[in-house]
Structure formats: C-alpha cells, structure tokens
Write a new protein. Sequence first.
Length: 533
Amino acid sequence: MQCYNVRMEVMEERFLPIGIQDFEDLRRRGCIYVDKTAFVYKLAREGKPYFLSRPRRFGKSLFLSTLEYYFLGKKDLFEGLAIAEKEREWAEYPVLKISFGVDNYPDLESLKSAENLILSRYEKIYGIEVPDSRSAPRLSNIITAAYEQTGKQVVILIDEYDKPILDALYTDYEEQNRQELRAFYSPLKDSDKYIRFLFITGITKVSHVNIFSGLNQLNDISTDRAYSSICGISESELDKYFAPEIRELAKEQEMTFPEAKAKLAYMYDGYHFSYNSEGVYNPFCLLKCLSAKDFGSYWFESGTPSFLVKALQNQPVELTNFVNGRLVEDKQFKNYDPDSKNMLPVVYQSGYLTIKDFEKDTRLYTLDFPNREIESEFLDVLLNKFVTVPYDDIGLEINNLRIALRNKNVDQALSIIKSAIADLPTIVKKDMCENYYESVTHLMFRMTGYRVVSELQNVAGRSDVVVATKDSVFIFELKMDKGKPFEEVADTALAQISANGYADRFAVSGKRMLKVGVVFSSKGEGMLGWKTA
C-alpha cells in the first residue's frame, strides 16, 4: 500500500493516505493524518468494553490500529497529536488483534480455518500447547497466558467481527457461522478480570450472537453523539487538513474554492450517526476525489457489501421503504435480526441511509440518503433489480428521461417509464403492485437528478409524485384502474389534482405547471396510459 502523492505549487509534497489501515505505516510515511487520538484517550480513560458500527471504507480499521499502537506504548508515533498533550503515563499492554476483514467466509470450513490461523499466531507467541482444537478454550487460554506472562491486563481489538455471518447470508452456512462465532467470542465475558480494554467493530449489530447477549455490559457507541465523528471526516477537519488539496481540485475543475467545497459536500458529506450531530464525509471517497481531482463515484466499487445485494435478491421489497425519507423508531434500524424480514438495518448500516432528523417528542428518526453519490448508486442497484430495461441501457434511458423532462415532453418521459415496468417482476407480490408502480416511477425520476417528492402533503391531500426542473413543475397523480375504463380513471386523477390544489403551492415559482394523470393495471400489467392537462 502506498500513499498517493499530491504535488502542490510552491509548497512541499503532501501525501494522501488512501487505503492505508496501519497507523504506524501511515505515520512513518508522513501521510496526512486526521487526528482522532482525542477519542482514543477518552475511550481508554472512561471505559473498557466498546462496540462501534460503521459502514465499510469508513476508517474503522485505521482507528483500531491507532488503538493498537497506543496500547503498545508507541509514544513516538503520536508526537504532535492531541493525545500527546493529554497522556502522561504511556504504558505497554499485551494486545490481541483479531480481524475477519481480510478474507471471505462463505462456509463454516473457511471460518474455522481463519480462526485457527488467528489463534495459532498467539499460541506461538505465548508458548501454549493446544490439546483442544475448539476455539473457545483456546482464546481463553491465550488471554490468561498473556495476563500471567506479562503481569498486565490484555487489550483485545476485534475488527469486522460480523463479516463471517454476512458473507454467508441467505445460505445454509449462515446459522453455522453464527453459532461458531458465538462459541469463539464466548470467553470474553468470563475473562473480564484479565481484560484492560475491549473494542469491537463491525458493520451491523447482529442479534443472536454471544458477543452481545453474553457481554451485556458492552457499551455500544455507534449512535453516541460524543463519538459521531470518531470515523469519517467532519467539515472542520476538512478545512483544517485538506485546504491545499481543495484548492487544487477547484483549479482543475475550473471552480472557485467555495464552489468546490459545496460540490464535495453534495457528493460525499451528509453522514449522521447520531441526531443533532455534525455531519461527516466518507473518507475513502473524499480522498479519492482529492487525489484524482475529479468528482467521481468511488464508494460503490469498493464499499458496497455483498450482503446488501444478497438481501435485495432474497427479500420481497417495498420500494417506498427506501426511495423516500421515512420516520422510524431506533429499534427498526439499529439491530439486524437474521430471522426477521426487516431489511432496514441492512440498508442503514451499509451506509446507504443515514440519520437526517430526530423528533424528541415521538422519539422518531428520519432516515434518508446521505449524499448524491450514495443516492445515485443505490437507486442504480434498485433499478437493476426492479425494472425490465437491460442493465447496460439503464443509464441511457435515465439520460433520455432527463432530456424529456427538460424539454417538457411528458409523452416521451412516460413512454420511457412504461417500457421499464412493462411487467410486474416476480419478486413483487401482486398485492404490492400499487406501491411498486409508484416507487419505480419516483425512482426513475429521482435518478435524473431533478428534485422529486412523493406523497407531498398539502391541506387537501397528497400528490403522488412531483418533479421540479429549472423552469417546470410536473404533478403526477397515479391511479390503479381496478377494472374501470382508462378514460374515467385518468379524468379522475386530473380532477383530483385540480380539486385538491396540488399546484397552488408552486404558483409563486413562476414555473410552468404540467398536471398528469397516470393509470396502471391492477393486474400487474404495467402502465395503461396517461392524460395531461
């Protein structure tokens, strides 16, 4: 792994740490380091067992490595950082670092092989004979031996604890891997008196794993406001550490500095892991953009977990759960239960949705896409799953839809959508087809980049889909035919738009209003037609 070199005019070379997950390697190379050591100091002083959930490519492994070198007493690596001013007693502890992030675990055999490699390494270090091949006694013996041989409590760092479960999702091995990990982690609670510090990272908090049911004292800081920016890059950190790179980006893109910052925020900012907290940028995508000096989509290729795709392929999905911001209770998105059909935790913890608002009175959260990059990529995944347009043609069709809306060509725009949903996909139940048609219509409009709102409320009712371009507002009322003649249903839709005054709120905009009644088949046979007023 190498730092990416960024040459700046009339200044020294600067190095962006793209993909570097080892703290010592990063510091020795002289890469830019966004200082997170104040969190290290706070965690080490205030508690012992922690759990942190964050999406992939968000810096969890680098933070875990920072903890590792702190507890190894590598004081020289922290020179000039926040913790150097706070820590007065640098001490060295035995550190056990366990990572499941470097391989894939589609079956029980691959998981057991990985566990054996991890445990064998430490058994060799502490000279432990292995009379029992089971993982639970072996880990317990290692913890005890490290404590007895050094006279100090043990630091245990576990990275991507849940990957073996997620790799086997929706296969016969999912439950087997979960049971194996339950046994593997079981010594952690009984070894509490030997443990100085325990930090566990993963994508999701999986139910029915001993790490949570057994370790009932585990402090989950995933949505703790005090640690909301423990991973990722905040706006203040962006200004402090990357101003020269932003200037170079602005120069390359022929933008002003404020314009470049605004585009960076639009593309990569917007993650909130607690309510009323400062948003953070995805660090991998931000650094890739600054290195390439181009606003590309970088997260999808490296950050899309396979278990999200598996979930979309194996669960009946109501698209309205994902294409619109929605109000939910925390229990609906914080814990993933493999026995449940609730996909929301998978989507949220993958990084496709984030906390956008919180109502204290009702204790309800609003979840939505964090930024344009994630929105575009996720909607693209959904389009590939839910429409009949060949995947290679989706981008072209969306571009044609964008042009049709820009030209106020309703017939062309709806013809494109009609061809995309000619048949009800087999993964959509017949009783879900009304939500399906409305959601895919919304989805395709939203992919154009124009402002789209579904179920827009006014005093008289809700308009189904509203699309706003630079100089036009399209108000679509979607109806199922339910055995009635097309003309009757279409006229009813248009009358509803007028009677309920859906266009009134946009009158002051000065934009042209186009009212459209769209009729779908209640038998799952697609779009029957439309009328415009």
